[in-house]
Design a protein around this ligand. Structure first.
Ligand SMILES: [Zn+2]
Length: 312
């Protein structure tokens, strides 16, 4: 952490991050995410950190972390030692206990089935109807899940690419989990904790996480953290308009066609790399990309057609 942990715009160097989950090797969509966040860090003379979000063992694939890092290395990304979220569990537990002690969160005993029976569907799954919100002075409630209170106030942030975004968390999302029923820390809390601890000044990621940002800025508010800037670039979709992801069966990136991979990633990001870069040395592609990185080409776009289709 920098001295005094000061967060004023004048004193904070740019710090961005790429935060893969080890649920499979790097695919084209995640390469595009890595390229976009890397270029933002480079043009701002900043640091680019890698954070391995390995807090969901049931979904993890053995060997995925080393495969992802090997792909980043072979594509010429430069970064210091990655942070592994699995080493941070005690820290997350302390934050959750703090939220409970501060009356900002409460334990929930609902099963998934109970919630589905009682709740409406919102943008991020079922809207929790507040069943377990404690009655006055009732602190006897047990249960593994922990939810934070949301309010009917509007939560807003201004995205660097997508503009002003607002949401009424209580009615559109509901009190959301910071600890899951299986005892694991919820994704939103771990992300917020580490973006803060790592001093991330700008979060660059796909529009699929635009809705998560409302929960994350709410948590930042509850924890007394300043929010970083947010930039959600359009995600790469397949021919059906579905986001390329490990879940949707996106193919592993081929580490034997590095230049072409980078070329198509830049092409997908509307950067118009010249044809000759497809076979150029990696260093030349990165130099071109840093010199020509143009965010305006992406402004207001929510999705990008699948650049990897062009790789065949
Ligand atoms: Zn409940």
């Amino acid at each position: 952490m920098s001295p005094g942990n000061s967060r004023t715009q004048e004193t904070v160097a740019y710090r961005g991050r790429f935060a893969p989950s080890p649920t499979g090797p790097l695919h084209f969509g995640s390469l595009v995410a890595a390229v976009a966040s890397y270029l933002q860090a480079k043009i701002n003379d900043g640091e680019w950190l890698v954070r391995v979000e390995d807090i969901d063992p049931p979904r993890e694939v053995p060997g995925a972390t080393s495969a992802i890092l090997a792909s980043l290395d072979s594509h010429g990304f430069e970064y210091s030692t990655p942070l592994y979220q699995s080493t941070r569990l005690e820290f997350y537990d302390d934050l959750i206990e703090g939220l409970l002690d501060g009356g900002l969160a409460y334990r929930c005993v609902c099963t998934r089935r109970q919630i589905e029976a009682a709740a409406r569907r919102g943008v991020s799954g079922f809207i929790y109807p507040g069943t377990c919100r404690p009655k006055m002075a009732d602190t006897s409630q047990q249960g593994t899940s922990v939810r934070v209170y949301t309010s009917p106030d509007r939560t807003c942030f201004t995205d660097e690419l997508q503009g002003r975004q607002c949401c009424e968390l209580e009615t559109e999302v509901g009190d959301f989990l910071v600890r899951r029923g299986d005892g694991l820390v919820a994704y939103q809390l771990a992300v917020v904790a580490d973006d803060y601890a790592q001093g991330i000044s700008e979060v660059v990621r796909g529009t699929d996480l635009l809705d998560a940002t409302f929960m994350q800025t709410h948590l930042q508010h509850l924890l007394g953290y300043d929010s970083p800037k947010y930039l959600h670039f359009p995600v790469v979709t397949d021919e059906n308009g579905t986001k390329l992801s490990k879940q949707s069966g996106a193919a592993e990136i081929n580490d034997n066609s590095i230049s072409a991979n980078l070329y198509w990633a830049l092409h997908s990001l509307r950067q118009h790399p010249q044809e000759s870069l497809k076979t150029a040395p990696t260093r030349d592609i990165w130099n071109w990309a840093v010199e020509n990185w143009d965010l305006n080409a992406l402004r207001g776009l929510q999705t990008l057609p699948d650049g990897s289709m062009m790789m065949q």
